[in-house]
Design a protein around this ligand. Structure first.
Ligand SMILES: [Zn+2]
Length: 294
């Protein structure tokens, strides 16, 4: 019998709202950061008590992250770094005393790299050994695994960042409590996650790009705030950050929704001058939350 109790409020009253894909049919590539099978999910449930929308797979999928490789993600390093820089700017504006930082789910170390450039002393932790190798090749301090981790036991940081990570885990409270153990009272956690209650999500319905096989939880302002409270945090601020993308990446992703010609191959002007441009895009469907440990 699988456990379908709510991962946030623990209510056993939940309703299955989508059959979804069985865990036997999914593959490691479904867990890539740049996965583009938009709209596909695992078996989806809604908690009748707090409204949280979550996936319950019969099998544990964490093993897929250790094997995950994503070259397309790494190719976007230049424009994805712009996003990290802005997140750090917001953090430092509110908490200018920050010097040490732990980035959980660090990927190839993009935030760690930007934090170093800002003069901080960061360390990242990441499950994918491929991502860790890419980070190490660039001399970045990213260790393999997840928290709790023996190399980090008993260590405190001025800030912890959890950027587009919480939606990937089946037990968000466990992860948030593990983050809290690395913070002193009053110190901040920066968390970014898609907003399932956003206008874009409601407009696109089942085809919303954040409905993905790798996403285990779909948060709203209310449910992420509840999860943070339960894990011992107080929400300090909530923003809707813009993301930065290369025009070519956006164009390729837009093909999922509307038929478009293969411009990159037919037009030199577009592929040389327009596609490399980095532009901000704010669809207001992502939440950037700063929460302090109580
Ligand atoms: Zn609930």
């Amino acid at each position: 019998m699988i456990d379908i109790s709510c991962p946030i409020c623990k209510s056993i009253e939940s309703k299955q709202i989508r059959a979804g894909i069985s865990s036997q049919l999914i593959k490691v590539d479904d867990f890539k950061i740049t996965d583009s099978k938009y709209g596909q999910t695992g078996p989806l449930y809604r908690c009748k008590s707090c409204g949280f929308l979550f996936v319950v797979f019969k099998d544990d999928c964490a093993g897929y992250y250790t094997q995950m490789e994503d070259k397309e993600y790494e190719q976007g390093r230049v424009y994805r770094a712009v996003q990290q820089k802005i997140l750090l700017k917001h953090l430092l504006k509110k908490f200018p005393e920050t010097t040490t930082l732990l980035d959980v789910g660090a990927g190839t170390g993009m935030l760690v790299e930007e934090a170093q450039k800002t003069g901080l002393n960061p360390i990242g932790i990441e499950l994918s050994s491929w991502c860790v190798d890419v980070a190490k090749t660039q001399g970045l301090p990213v260790i393999e695994g997840t928290i709790p981790h023996q190399d980090l036991a008993g260590r405190y940081f001025d800030a912890v960042t959890l950027i587009d990570v919480i939606e990937h885990v089946p037990d968000p409270i466990e992860l948030l409590v593990s983050c809290a153990k690395h913070l002193q009272s009053g110190n901040p956690l920066v968390l970014v996650t898609p907003d399932v209650n956003s206008f874009t999500s409601r407009l696109l319905g089942k085809r919303w790009w954040h409905y993905r096989i790798a996403h285990m939880g779909y948060y709203s302002k209310q449910t992420i705030s509840l999860a943070l409270e339960k894990a011992g945090f107080t929400v300090v601020s909530i923003r809707r950050p813009a993301w930065y993308f290369q025009v070519q990446y956006l164009y390729e992703r837009l093909k999922q929704y509307v038929p478009l010609p293969d411009l990159g191959k037919t037009s030199n002007v577009i592929s040389r001058k327009i596609f490399p441009l980095i532009i901000p895009l704010n669809l207001r469907d992502s939440l950037e939350i700063i929460a302090c440990k109580k």
